[in-house]
Design a protein around this ligand. Structure first.
Ligand code: HEC
Length: 117
């Protein structure tokens, strides 16, 4: 493979990963959770007993998140969340909701790259 071809392939790879990075949301370095409205409430209430990974590895509907919170409150001594509860639920459902909701629509065929031959 020529040097030019390798250089071209490398720059295509770099461009692709830059686009991927731009589409991802910034993660908070302390918690590893998405840095967005509600993050600090979640950090304050939800990382005292276990790692934030327990949150980020889940994808639940609002109902299921609420059930999980109620379960922790009745069995794991999680305190009442008060006014923080709706904020926390909004955050969890937005960023750690069911995958199907956060998937973007497929790219229309006419916007896909054409074969180069
Ligand atoms: C008072 C301690 C405590 C706090 C605070 C707490 N949790 Fe938990 N949570 C637990 C325990 C204990 C478990 C069970 C851990 C295990 O199974 O190893 C758990 C488990 C979980 C799980 C996994 C549930 C499953 O079905 O596997 C999730 C998700 C979770 N917590 C999210 C949260 C969120 C969101 C918050 C903030 C609203 C929170 N936790 C705050 C104690 C707590």
């Amino acid at each position: 493979m020529s040097r030019l071809t390798s250089a071209l392939m490398l720059s295509v790879l770099c461009a692709t990963s830059l686009v991927t990075l731009a589409n991802e949301h910034k993660l908070n370095p302390a918690t590893g959770l998405v840095d967005a409205t509600g993050h600090n409430m979640v950090a304050a209430h939800c990382t005292a007993c276990h790692s934030a990974k327990l949150i980020s590895q889940n994808q639940m509907s609002r109902e299921r998140w609420l059930e999980t919170i109620r379960w922790m409150q009745s069995t794991q001594k999680l305190w009442p969340l008060g006014e923080a509860e709706p904020v926390i639920l909004d955050y969890l459902t937005t960023w750690y909701g069911p995958k199907i909701q956060s998937r973007r629509a497929p790219i229309p065929t006419h916007l896909m790259p054409q074969g180069s031959d």
